[in-house]
Write a protein of this length. Sequence first.
Length: 289
Amino acid sequence: MNIGCRSVEATDAVQGANVSIRLLYPTRAAGRPEAFGAFELDVAMNAPVDGERLSLVVISHGTGGTPWTHRELAAHLARSGLVAALIQHPGNNRGDDALADTAINLENRPRHVRLAIGAVLADPVVGPHLLASGVTLIGHSLGSYTALAVAGGKPTAFGWETEDGKPAPVPVERDPRVSALVLLAPATAWYLADGALAQVNLPIFMRTGEKDALADQMHAFIVERGLRDRKRLDHKVIANAGHFSFLSPYPAALKSPALPPSQDPEGFDREAFLPALYAEIVTFIRSVG
Protein backbone atom coordinates (compact mmCIF):
# COMPACT_ATOMS: atom_id res chain seq x y z
CA MET A 1 0.00 0.00 0.00
CA ASN A 2 1.27 3.48 -0.87
CA ILE A 3 0.84 6.65 1.18
CA GLY A 4 -1.20 9.67 0.20
CA CYS A 5 -0.67 13.04 1.84
CA ARG A 6 -2.99 16.00 2.14
CA SER A 7 -2.99 19.25 4.12
CA VAL A 8 -5.99 20.36 6.17
CA GLU A 9 -6.43 23.30 8.53
CA ALA A 10 -8.72 23.94 11.47
CA THR A 11 -9.43 27.47 12.66
CA ASP A 12 -9.09 27.96 16.40
CA ALA A 13 -11.22 31.05 17.01
CA VAL A 14 -10.36 31.07 20.73
CA GLN A 15 -6.62 31.23 20.18
CA GLY A 16 -6.84 33.16 16.92
CA ALA A 17 -4.65 30.64 15.12
CA ASN A 18 -4.87 27.88 12.55
CA VAL A 19 -4.13 24.28 13.49
CA SER A 20 -2.12 22.71 10.69
CA ILE A 21 -2.90 19.05 9.96
CA ARG A 22 -1.16 16.67 7.58
CA LEU A 23 -3.08 13.55 6.66
CA LEU A 24 -1.32 10.35 5.67
CA TYR A 25 -3.67 7.74 4.22
CA PRO A 26 -3.71 4.61 2.03
CA THR A 27 -3.64 5.17 -1.71
CA ARG A 28 -2.81 3.23 -4.86
CA ALA A 29 -0.99 6.20 -6.37
CA ALA A 30 2.78 6.05 -6.58
CA GLY A 31 4.66 8.28 -4.17
CA ARG A 32 7.88 10.21 -4.43
CA PRO A 33 10.23 11.73 -1.84
CA GLU A 34 8.82 14.91 -0.31
CA ALA A 35 10.58 17.16 2.19
CA PHE A 36 8.80 18.10 5.41
CA GLY A 37 11.12 20.45 7.21
CA ALA A 38 14.33 18.56 7.90
CA PHE A 39 12.68 15.21 7.20
CA GLU A 40 11.69 13.30 4.08
CA LEU A 41 8.93 10.81 3.31
CA ASP A 42 7.73 9.01 0.17
CA VAL A 43 4.14 10.13 -0.39
CA ALA A 44 1.68 10.89 -3.20
CA MET A 45 0.46 14.43 -2.62
CA ASN A 46 -3.32 14.88 -2.80
CA ALA A 47 -3.78 11.38 -4.22
CA PRO A 48 -7.16 9.57 -4.14
CA VAL A 49 -7.95 7.66 -0.94
CA ASP A 50 -8.07 3.88 -1.20
CA GLY A 51 -10.64 2.29 1.10
CA GLU A 52 -13.92 3.00 2.86
CA ARG A 53 -14.94 3.26 6.52
CA LEU A 54 -11.34 3.87 7.55
CA SER A 55 -10.39 4.57 11.14
CA LEU A 56 -8.89 7.93 12.05
CA VAL A 57 -5.81 8.18 14.26
CA VAL A 58 -4.75 11.62 15.54
CA ILE A 59 -1.16 12.14 16.70
CA SER A 60 -0.22 14.88 19.19
CA HIS A 61 3.48 15.79 19.46
CA GLY A 62 5.30 16.73 22.66
CA THR A 63 5.96 20.23 23.95
CA GLY A 64 8.05 22.34 21.59
CA GLY A 65 8.11 19.48 19.11
CA THR A 66 7.11 18.81 15.53
CA PRO A 67 4.58 16.35 14.14
CA TRP A 68 7.20 15.07 11.72
CA THR A 69 9.09 13.28 14.49
CA HIS A 70 6.17 10.83 14.23
CA ARG A 71 6.30 10.51 10.44
CA GLU A 72 7.32 6.84 10.37
CA LEU A 73 4.53 5.90 12.77
CA ALA A 74 2.02 7.82 10.64
CA ALA A 75 3.35 6.17 7.48
CA HIS A 76 3.02 2.72 9.06
CA LEU A 77 -0.56 3.47 10.04
CA ALA A 78 -1.38 4.58 6.49
CA ARG A 79 0.19 1.47 4.97
CA SER A 80 -1.94 -0.57 7.38
CA GLY A 81 -5.16 0.93 6.04
CA LEU A 82 -5.66 3.67 8.64
CA VAL A 83 -5.72 7.46 8.30
CA ALA A 84 -3.16 9.32 10.42
CA ALA A 85 -3.60 13.01 11.23
CA LEU A 86 -0.39 14.73 12.28
CA ILE A 87 -1.30 17.98 14.01
CA GLN A 88 0.97 20.89 14.89
CA HIS A 89 0.02 22.69 18.09
CA PRO A 90 0.08 26.50 17.61
CA GLY A 91 2.20 28.21 20.24
CA ASN A 92 3.85 24.97 21.37
CA ASN A 93 5.86 23.67 18.44
CA ARG A 94 9.44 23.84 17.27
CA GLY A 95 8.88 27.00 15.22
CA ASP A 96 6.67 28.80 17.74
CA ASP A 97 6.93 27.81 21.39
CA ALA A 98 5.68 31.03 22.97
CA LEU A 99 3.01 29.29 25.08
CA ALA A 100 5.18 26.53 26.56
CA ASP A 101 4.80 26.05 30.31
CA THR A 102 1.55 28.00 30.53
CA ALA A 103 -1.96 27.10 31.63
CA ILE A 104 -3.20 28.55 28.34
CA ASN A 105 -1.22 25.92 26.45
CA LEU A 106 -2.73 23.17 28.61
CA GLU A 107 -6.17 24.49 27.71
CA ASN A 108 -5.41 25.00 24.01
CA ARG A 109 -3.91 21.62 23.18
CA PRO A 110 -7.00 19.44 23.79
CA ARG A 111 -9.10 21.92 21.84
CA HIS A 112 -6.68 21.65 18.92
CA VAL A 113 -7.30 17.91 18.83
CA ARG A 114 -11.09 18.29 18.90
CA LEU A 115 -10.94 20.89 16.13
CA ALA A 116 -8.61 18.69 14.08
CA ILE A 117 -10.98 15.73 14.31
CA GLY A 118 -13.82 17.90 13.07
CA ALA A 119 -11.78 19.37 10.23
CA VAL A 120 -10.61 15.97 9.01
CA LEU A 121 -14.10 14.49 9.10
CA ALA A 122 -15.37 17.51 7.13
CA ASP A 123 -12.60 17.37 4.53
CA PRO A 124 -14.21 16.70 1.12
CA VAL A 125 -11.45 14.35 -0.03
CA VAL A 126 -10.60 12.21 3.00
CA GLY A 127 -13.67 12.73 5.20
CA PRO A 128 -16.13 10.61 3.16
CA HIS A 129 -13.81 7.60 3.57
CA LEU A 130 -13.72 7.80 7.38
CA LEU A 131 -15.74 6.36 10.21
CA ALA A 132 -17.35 9.23 12.13
CA SER A 133 -16.42 7.78 15.51
CA GLY A 134 -13.92 5.35 16.95
CA VAL A 135 -11.02 7.81 16.77
CA THR A 136 -7.73 6.78 18.37
CA LEU A 137 -5.47 9.43 19.90
CA ILE A 138 -1.72 8.91 20.06
CA GLY A 139 0.29 11.27 22.25
CA HIS A 140 3.98 11.52 23.05
CA SER A 141 5.01 13.26 26.28
CA LEU A 142 2.75 16.35 26.58
CA GLY A 143 0.79 14.82 23.72
CA SER A 144 -0.26 12.13 26.20
CA TYR A 145 -1.46 14.82 28.61
CA THR A 146 -3.46 16.15 25.66
CA ALA A 147 -4.96 12.77 24.80
CA LEU A 148 -6.04 12.13 28.38
CA ALA A 149 -7.74 15.55 28.54
CA VAL A 150 -9.70 14.85 25.34
CA ALA A 151 -10.70 11.47 26.78
CA GLY A 152 -12.26 12.95 29.92
CA GLY A 153 -9.31 13.78 32.17
CA LYS A 154 -9.56 16.80 34.49
CA PRO A 155 -6.11 18.41 34.68
CA THR A 156 -4.88 21.05 37.11
CA ALA A 157 -2.30 23.65 36.12
CA PHE A 158 0.59 24.28 38.52
CA GLY A 159 1.07 27.68 40.11
CA TRP A 160 4.11 28.40 37.97
CA GLU A 161 1.94 27.98 34.87
CA THR A 162 -0.87 30.36 35.84
CA GLU A 163 -0.98 34.16 35.72
CA ASP A 164 -1.76 34.57 39.42
CA GLY A 165 0.71 31.93 40.56
CA LYS A 166 -1.96 29.64 42.01
CA PRO A 167 -2.87 26.10 40.90
CA ALA A 168 -6.09 26.07 38.89
CA PRO A 169 -8.32 23.58 37.06
CA VAL A 170 -7.77 23.57 33.31
CA PRO A 171 -11.06 23.89 31.39
CA VAL A 172 -11.09 21.04 28.88
CA GLU A 173 -13.85 19.19 27.07
CA ARG A 174 -14.21 15.48 26.42
CA ASP A 175 -14.72 14.36 22.82
CA PRO A 176 -17.10 11.38 22.54
CA ARG A 177 -15.71 10.52 19.10
CA VAL A 178 -12.52 9.26 20.76
CA SER A 179 -12.57 5.58 21.69
CA ALA A 180 -8.94 4.61 22.45
CA LEU A 181 -5.61 6.11 23.52
CA VAL A 182 -1.96 5.36 22.84
CA LEU A 183 0.35 7.03 25.38
CA LEU A 184 4.09 7.08 24.65
CA ALA A 185 6.52 8.37 27.30
CA PRO A 186 3.51 10.14 28.87
CA ALA A 187 3.79 13.39 30.83
CA THR A 188 0.88 13.27 33.28
CA ALA A 189 1.73 15.34 36.39
CA TRP A 190 -1.33 17.56 35.83
CA TYR A 191 -3.55 14.61 36.84
CA LEU A 192 -2.25 14.21 40.38
CA ALA A 193 -5.51 15.27 42.02
CA ASP A 194 -7.82 12.54 43.26
CA GLY A 195 -10.41 11.68 40.61
CA ALA A 196 -8.59 13.53 37.82
CA LEU A 197 -8.67 10.45 35.56
CA ALA A 198 -11.80 8.80 36.93
CA GLN A 199 -13.83 9.71 33.85
CA VAL A 200 -11.28 8.26 31.42
CA ASN A 201 -12.83 4.90 30.58
CA LEU A 202 -11.24 3.84 27.31
CA PRO A 203 -8.76 1.16 26.25
CA ILE A 204 -5.25 2.56 26.72
CA PHE A 205 -1.99 1.30 25.24
CA MET A 206 0.90 2.84 27.22
CA ARG A 207 4.62 2.42 26.74
CA THR A 208 7.25 4.06 28.93
CA GLY A 209 11.04 4.12 28.86
CA GLU A 210 13.09 2.53 31.63
CA LYS A 211 15.66 5.35 31.36
CA ASP A 212 13.29 8.24 30.68
CA ALA A 213 14.81 11.18 32.57
CA LEU A 214 12.05 13.63 31.56
CA ALA A 215 8.90 11.63 32.33
CA ASP A 216 9.87 8.93 34.79
CA GLN A 217 7.71 6.07 36.03
CA MET A 218 5.83 8.39 38.40
CA HIS A 219 3.93 9.64 35.35
CA ALA A 220 2.90 6.10 34.44
CA PHE A 221 1.87 5.47 38.04
CA ILE A 222 -0.47 8.48 37.91
CA VAL A 223 -2.32 6.80 35.03
CA GLU A 224 -2.34 3.38 36.68
CA ARG A 225 -3.63 4.80 39.97
CA GLY A 226 -6.12 7.19 38.46
CA LEU A 227 -8.10 4.96 36.11
CA ARG A 228 -11.37 3.54 37.37
CA ASP A 229 -10.85 0.30 35.42
CA ARG A 230 -7.17 -0.63 35.31
CA LYS A 231 -7.95 -3.72 33.25
CA ARG A 232 -8.36 -1.40 30.25
CA LEU A 233 -4.70 -0.35 30.50
CA ASP A 234 -1.92 -2.20 28.64
CA HIS A 235 1.34 -0.85 30.06
CA LYS A 236 4.86 -2.06 29.42
CA VAL A 237 8.20 -0.51 30.37
CA ILE A 238 10.68 -0.66 27.49
CA ALA A 239 14.09 -1.74 28.70
CA ASN A 240 16.84 0.87 28.28
CA ALA A 241 14.56 3.27 26.34
CA GLY A 242 14.70 7.01 26.90
CA HIS A 243 12.12 9.75 26.53
CA PHE A 244 12.77 10.27 22.83
CA SER A 245 13.21 6.61 21.87
CA PHE A 246 9.59 6.56 20.66
CA LEU A 247 10.20 9.21 17.98
CA SER A 248 11.05 8.44 14.36
CA PRO A 249 14.80 8.06 13.82
CA TYR A 250 16.66 11.21 12.89
CA PRO A 251 18.72 11.35 9.68
CA ALA A 252 22.39 10.67 10.37
CA ALA A 253 23.32 14.25 9.48
CA LEU A 254 21.06 15.57 12.26
CA LYS A 255 22.04 13.21 15.05
CA SER A 256 23.92 15.14 17.72
CA PRO A 257 24.09 15.37 21.52
CA ALA A 258 23.07 18.99 20.98
CA LEU A 259 19.70 17.71 19.67
CA PRO A 260 18.28 15.56 22.51
CA PRO A 261 15.34 14.15 20.47
CA SER A 262 17.88 12.46 18.20
CA GLN A 263 19.56 10.68 21.11
CA ASP A 264 18.92 7.44 23.00
CA PRO A 265 20.49 5.84 26.07
CA GLU A 266 23.72 4.04 25.24
CA GLY A 267 23.00 0.68 23.64
CA PHE A 268 19.38 1.35 22.72
CA ASP A 269 18.60 0.69 19.03
CA ARG A 270 15.70 2.95 18.06
CA GLU A 271 15.67 1.74 14.45
CA ALA A 272 15.28 -1.89 15.57
CA PHE A 273 12.69 -1.11 18.25
CA LEU A 274 10.19 1.04 16.37
CA PRO A 275 8.86 -1.41 13.74
CA ALA A 276 7.73 -3.80 16.48
CA LEU A 277 6.15 -0.92 18.41
CA TYR A 278 4.27 0.23 15.31
CA ALA A 279 2.96 -3.28 14.70
CA GLU A 280 1.76 -3.47 18.31
CA ILE A 281 -0.03 -0.14 17.98
CA VAL A 282 -1.85 -1.25 14.82
CA THR A 283 -2.88 -4.51 16.52
CA PHE A 284 -4.19 -2.52 19.50
CA ILE A 285 -6.18 -0.11 17.29
CA ARG A 286 -7.75 -2.98 15.38
CA SER A 287 -8.59 -4.85 18.57
CA VAL A 288 -10.60 -1.93 19.97
CA GLY A 289 -12.11 -0.71 16.69
